[in-house]
Design a protein around this ligand. Structure first.
Ligand code: BGC
Length: 755
């Protein structure tokens, strides 16, 4: 034999005795632990591939026209960005039919899975902030300010749940909602995106949204990620304009701005988006103190931190804290961001590579962020189920979902005024309907609807009603006349009612900046003119923030604060006017009285100025600052009475609890819902305490004559302590007052008392 077979034999035996090596890399093995998959994938990636995962680009970088509305893919563009620059995330779009979204995300996913070196799935981000607002046929819920007015977290849960249900199949993995900024400056154009001014209300509504959205089991095999935005203090700019500087003491950050975000972290929120603005002279995108020390170290957030739109660039050309994009990138990454919503260029990728080459950003630092991003992708199951599905499109815009939106709208409308019980109007023969929102769909839906600024009227669905349509449907036998010019005296006299629907047109972000909160003069003039007759006048305010109506308030007979109630909003308004629905909304924000003076409910100055007459005369004007309508105000067609407030004891120990309860009776003759709001006042505190603080709320339904006892447990660490400037809890002995309705009772905190 010329060649010995021995070596071949040995090789054969060796091969047969080796354990069978899996061909599947660990990161692609669905049975491996997520942490092992992350590490395995990370070890296979080049630095530039990792940087790509930290980048999010806008849809306009991969579509034909560079227009937001163009949900079409140009494969060569996407192939270059994904194949050569390893981009891991894209965002945005506008409302297009579900089939089109499906085609687009399917094609995009195929490129990422089949044509990139490692087959890492894309994570697609979108702003479905009040239902599936970037999807034709999607269910559009009221905006958050309305959800706040319901004081019913179920509606916030439903909003999240339906949004996931309608969009998860379409490759919308990541929703930039909920907005957890608290609505403290009524001029701010994003007030309507908030749940109102109260931290506890925002926290409860936010966590309910997150539970509804992230934990929706009906969307299996998909999973989705919510975003708590915009961390932190975005909503309190000194000028009232979007993205303008805020000055917020550290203590106030902890006490007022942190709780809603903390609740989101505790509820398992997967991502956080940063505030585009600056606090105390430091843009949040460059603040190690806020992003790493506060959000991560103190608050315990371990998910993905994404920048807001082009906010690294803004450190250069808006905030002027960095000389160029590379320095801005360094500042922001070292502050703690994980992903840059760059979103139009590859500047971030280039800057990062340069910073790595210069040794200023280490691969370890990059790994920290990429680990979080990959972990998110694994947790969402994107490696196993990267492709969208078009098999359940019948889930979009179902009757059940629309009913959920309608129920939310009904409970979100606030009856501010009802002189002589003018509402409801049972059997009118003739109603005049006037004002800029009388026959408008877009005004009811507000910004972020179908398009960023709210789409043109023609794009709204045929089955959505305007207030005019809804009144016609509600009163089929009445003559409902739309008046676009000042009606004649004869027209007015012949009517049983005038409905004037005013307020605001849609706007989003800085586009809604205004310098005067007063309702536009032409509307005030029209309201005044219409109020001159004996025909009752109902003012319906369709608006994103509380526009001042002080000069006309007394001239109206009734005022309905409709806010931005969404696609079912007009139906809810008409049902409330007719009495088919009993209003139960309460204001989640104080309604200001005067243009230059805003008073958050929990800091209103005490009413008990103690002047003797002589002193008072010296002061030319002792004004009593107040709101036109306070936080929590809202009328019903029935009357609720509160009685028999009881505390289980008169003191509470540091680790004890005290139960407060009250009887609430429906003393009127129709069924209704009542949000029971409990407030606590700390009599003395080392740091000035809020005059009133919402401690708890609960919404109940009562039949006529029915009484329910409502109860809540006061726990020192929850309701009686407050943070110092470092976020550490202060718990001080002394007296507290608990208030519900107009009833109050005192109790005392005695730390060492056993109970
Ligand atoms: C807004 C965010 C939004 C993002 C993406 C920004 O301008 O501030 O709220 O999520 O754009 O569209």
């Amino acid at each position: 034999m010329k060649y010995s077979v021995l070596p071949i034999l040995i090789l054969f035996v060796l091969a047969m005795t080796q354990p069978v090596q899996s061909q599947t890399p660990t990161y692609q093995n669905p049975d491996a632990a997520i942490e092992d998959r992350v590490e395995d994938l990370l070890n296979r990636m080049t630095v530039y591939e990792k940087i790509g995962q930290m980048t999010q680009l806008n849809i306009t970088t991969i579509n034909p026209t560079g227009k937001q509305a163009d949900v079409e893919l140009v494969e060569e563009k996407a192939r270059d960005l994904i194949g050569n620059h390893h981009i891991g995330s894209f965002l945005n779009g506008e409302a297009v039919p579900p089939e089109q979204w499906f085609r687009f995300t399917n094609q995009l996913t195929r490129l990422a899975m089949e044509e990139s070196r490692l087959g890492i799935p894309i994570i697609y981000g979108i702003d479905h902030v009040h239902g599936a607002n970037y999807l034709e046929g999607g269910t559009i819920f009221p905006h958050n300010i309305n959800l706040g007015a319901t004081f019913n977290p179920q509606h916030s849960y439903n909003t999240g749940w339906v949004t996931a249900y309608e969009t998860a199949d379409l490759g919308h993995h990541w929703n930039f909602a909920p907005i957890l900024d608290i609505g403290v400056n009524p001029l701010w154009p994003r007030i309507y995106e908030t749940f109102g001014e109260d931290p506890r209300l925002a926290a409860r509504m936010g966590e309910s949204y997150i539970n509804g959205y992230q934990r929706n089991e009906e969307i299996e095999p998909y999973n989705v990620a919510a975003t708590a935005k915009h961390f932190l203090g975005y909503s309190d700019p000194k000028s009232g304009w979007d993205r303008s500087p805020a000055y917020i003491p550290k203590q106030a950050i902890h006490e007022f701005h942190r709780p809603s975000f903390q609740a989101a972290v505790d509820a398992g929120i997967k991502t956080v988006m940063l505030n585009s603005g600056e606090i105390n002279g430091i843009p949040v995108h460059g603040s190690y103190e806020l992003v790493t020390e506060l959000l991560r170290d103190e608050m315990g957030f371990d998910g993905v931190v994404v920048t807001d739109w082009a906010d690294i660039e803004k450190l250069v050309d808006f905030h002027f804290i960095s000389e160029n994009f590379k320095e801005a990138t360094f500042r922001s990454v070292m502050a703690g961001i994980d992903m840059s919503m760059t979103p139009l260029t590859l500047e971030f990728n280039e800057a990062m590579q340069a910073l790595v080459d210069e040794g200023r950003i280490t691969e370890d630092r990059i790994d920290e962020s990429v680990r979080r991003i990959l972990r998110l992708k694994f947790e969402l199951g994107l490696f196993e189920h990267p492709y969208p599905s078009n098999e359940r499109l019948n889930r979009i815009g179902t009757t059940e979902s629309k009913v959920k939106a309608l129920e939310a709208a009904r409970e979100s409308i606030v009856l501010l005024r009802n002189k002589n019980g003018v509402l409801p109007v049972l059997n009118p023969t003739r109603i005049l309907v006037a004002g800029p929102s009388a026959d408008s769909k877009r005004n009811l839906a507000g910004g972020w609807t179908l398009a960023w600024q709210g789409a043109n009227e023609e794009r709204y669905p045929d089955d959505m009603m305007t207030i005019l349509d809804a009144l016609r449907a509600e009163y089929p036998d009445a003559d409902i006349e739309h008046v676009t010019k000042t009606p004649s005296q004869q027209q007015i006299d012949a009517a049983d009612l005038i409905v004037y629907a005013g307020g605001e047109e849609p706007y989003t972000e800085f586009v809604g900046n205004i310098s005067d909160l007063t309702l536009p003069q032409n509307q005030l003039d029209e309201i005044s003119r219409l109020s001159e007759s004996a025909t009752p006048l109902v003012l319906v305010l369709v608006q994103g923030r509380p526009r001042l109506i002080t000069s006309v308030e007394e001239k109206t007979d009734a005022i309905l604060h409709a806010g931005l109630p969404g696609f079912q909003g007009a139906n809810a308004i008409a049902e409330i006017i007719s009495g088919a629905v009993n209003p139960s909304g309460k204001l989640p924000i104080s309604y200001p009285e005067s243009p230059s003076h805003f008073t958050p409910y929990n800091h209103k100055p005490s009413a008990n100025y103690d002047f003797d007459e002589e002193d008072a005369n010296q002061i030319s004007q002792v004004s009593q600052p107040t709101s036109l309508y306070p936080f929590g105000h809202g009328l019903s067609y029935t009357t609720f009475t509160y009685s028999d407030l009881r505390l289980s004891k008169s003191f509470i120990g540091e680790n004890g609890s005290l139960s407060a309860s009250v009887a609430v009776t429906n003393a009127g003759n129709r069924a209704g819902m009542e949000s029971v709001l409990w407030f606590i006042t700390d009599h003395v505190g080392t740091i000035t305490r809020p005059v009133e603080e919402l401690a708890h709320f609960e919404k109940i339904a009562l039949e006529p004559g029915e009484t329910k006892r409502v109860q809540f447990e006061i726990q020192p660490s929850e309701q009686l302590s407050y943070p110092d400037r470092n976020g550490q809890p202060i718990l001080e002995e002394g007296y507290f007052t608990v208030k519900v309705g107009e009833l109050t009772k005192e109790f005392r905190l005695e730390k060492n008392k056993d109970d």
